[in-house]
Design a binder for this molecule. Structure first.
Ligand SMILES: C[S@@+](CC[C@H](N)C(=O)[O-])C[C@H]1O[C@@H](n2cnc3c(N)ncnc32)[C@H](O)[C@@H]1O
Length: 279
């Protein structure tokens, strides 16, 4: 497995810890299996920076937004870009007829298949894994796997964008817009640029870099990034703000106008109306 794919076991370890709390926000019964020992080692190595509460919040925000998007928009195609060790296919209440596509690096998907080999697929839903490099063309393999570009899609881009250079981030988000039929939704997260520069983040960032997974991209203006790349922003939330706290965020949330603050942003976007896109 590539070094960057190990970070999927790190985030799975955090989901396991949340799952094992009495007051859990969600239950991911496979998280401990897919995290394996390495996931917990990385949780110690990358400690600090509010990782564990942040991942509980991110998972909960996206779980709820995913269920809502599928219900409200009648979407039946869900694509997890850089799915990693995500097990939402098994644990969320999907409506019948949903196809869940999991895109990630080939070695990660092979390892995940081995770890979940005995897990029966729940009835009424389909899971398709698509091995790709998301910095190359991935829409071709996704089409071959059964995705229909003329039907609404829910794209989920969770825990990926900071690993990519800016041109690849822009290219990816624009590709998601240009390959989305009306009624499609985009969910995901991105960090602020200050999170890459802040002295307090340095030890954590150095560990990521030493392990071959440097964080490369952040932005103070996620709304602008998403709009520039063809999306209509419905909401952007920082952990600790209403709708993205869930009783887990232990830190103050400085006003967006305060410069130099390391931040994470959770976002929900829609496709703009056709006349806006054509303009
Ligand atoms: C931090 S993990 C996030 C996984 C999952 N979305 C989550 O939130 O737990 C980052 C994931 O990005 C994947 N990844 C990074 N660069 C990639 C690329 N160029 N193509 C495909 N997957 C990539 C890794 O393999 C890894 O699974």
């Amino acid at each position: 497995m590539e070094a960057v794919s190990r970070t999927a076991q790190w985030t799975a370890a955090a989901r396991a810890l949340e799952t094992e709390r009495d007051d859990r926000l969600f239950a991911d019964p496979h998280a401990r299996t897919v995290a394996d020992t390495i996931g917990f080692e990385l949780l110690d190595r990358y400690a600090g920076a509010g990782t564990v509460p942040f991942l509980a919040i991110r998972t909960t925000y996206l779980d709820r937004a995913i269920v809502r998007a599928v219900e409200e928009h009648g979407i039946r195609q869900v694509v997890f870009l850089a799915a990693g060790m995500d097990t939402r296919f098994y644990r969320l209440p999907w409506p019948d007829g949903v196809s869940v596509y999991e895109l990630d690096r080939p070695a990660l998907l092979e390892a995940k298949a081995r770890m979940l080999a005995d897990e029966p697929a729940p009835a009424g839903r389909t899971r398709v894994t698509v091995p790709v490099d998301l910095t190359q063309d991935w829409t071709g393999p996704l089409k071959e796997a059964g995705w229909h570009s003329d039907e609404p899609v829910l794209w989920v881009v969770e825990g990926l964008l900071f690993f990519l250079p800016e041109h690849a981030v822009r290219n990816l988000i624009s590709t998601l817009a240009s390959h989305a039929a009306p009624g499609s939704v985009l969910l995901g997260d991105v960090i602020s640029k200050a999170a890459l520069d802040n002295p307090l983040s340095r030890p954590f960032l150095r560990c990521l870099e030493e392990d071959g997974n440097p964080w490369l991209f952040g932005t103070e203006t996620p709304e602008r990034l998403l709009t520039d790349c063809g999306w209509a922003v419905r909401e952007v939330r920082q952990p600790g703000e209403p709708g993205a706290d869930f009783g887990r965020w232990p830190y103050p949330v400085p006003h967006r106008g305060v410069p130099g603050v390391p931040r994470s942003f959770l976002f929900t976007c829609d496709l703009p109306p056709a006349e806006v896109r054509a303009a």
